[in-house]
Design a protein around this ligand. Sequence first.
Ligand SMILES: *Cc1c(COP(=O)(O)O)cnc(C)c1O
Length: 393
Amino acid sequence: MKKNGSKETLLAHLGRDVAKAQRIINPPVYHASTITYPDVDAWENRHKALYTDMVYGRFGTPTSFALQDAMAEIEGGDRALLYPSGMAAIAAAILGLVKTGDHVLICDVVYAPTRKFCDGLLAGMGVETTYFAPGIGAGIAALIRPNTKIVYLESPGTHTFEIQDIPAIAAEAHKAGCVVLHDNTWATPIFFDSFAKGVDISIHAATKYVVGHSDAMLGALVMKQTHFPAISAATAMLGYCVGPDDAYLGLRGLRTMAVRLKQHHKNGLAVAEWLEQRPEVSRVLHPALPSNPHHALWKRDFTGASGLFGVVLKPAGKASVAALIEGLELFSIGASWGGYESLVTTCYPPRSAEPWNPEGPLLRLHIGLEDPADVIADLEAGFERMKKIKDSA
Ligand SMILES: *Cc1c(COP(=O)(O)O)cnc(C)c1O
């Protein structure tokens, strides 16, 4: 295993042990439930090796260990754990850190199911959530209570792509002994160095760019060793584990992630720049655009942008939006993103810390690996269709 070199180099070599894999390039896909033991002593000491060595199928096989190791190393964390989805990773991280009577601080721009988890399961077990505005910075200190355990970030945030000042927030959180969690699905370890910026546990919907081909559900947590005992214990109690084929698809996707992301960055930005000039568009929510209010913070902390961003149209009715979207040839309407293909959805961000009222319909675009000129032509035809619809906003 090569531990030095750029991230591109690491991705080609992490999690690979060619000797162990019988000289084959990729690790074998082990299908396993029962793992056998040579003697009683080994059997009775098995709990010391959960998620590290072979104990029982639920605690991993060499296939999942290879992906875990690669994820931890590419992001610069000590340990990683895998989950059957990004949402499962989020639930395990939070449940591993809180108990009844605790309080958590959650950024207002988080993935909507994360909010549902806090307002549902967490509230039901007596854990209180306070949502904070993404621009809070060091002001987070004023919201921290003696029982606050977690400060949870997602930068840029789902739907509105607002960047949070993670180093400033993390510094205050750490002064108060809180654990800083960050959903790094958008930037991935390629474009955002979670641990260098003060994050303690980095969360990934690996379903997106890690898998990268829209063909598997997968989650991952990358963490410092300090948090591994609590998070791995919660993971074991919840019974989460990952199928070997999905772990393999994650590992396979990871190999090309840096190359794909560079292209998503380029294609996404080209489309965003074009959209910004269109008379039908009010604003483009893409932090890599110099006109974006979050651009300076993005530039300071990130090294690239993925293919996902938002567009606020000028006021338009439902039929106009449908005419734009439904005739697109290269875009499908669908949740999830991070695959090679372009996607579009309408969205309605839930906010509670501060209002966020777009002046027109909000669309979320994922720009895939198609030629951006073709994507732009597709959208241009969509705007032409939209012009022919006479409905009111
Ligand atoms: C999709 C997504 C998740 C959830 O991942 P799943 O694998 O779909 O459960 C979490 N966070 C963000 C930011 C996402 O976009």
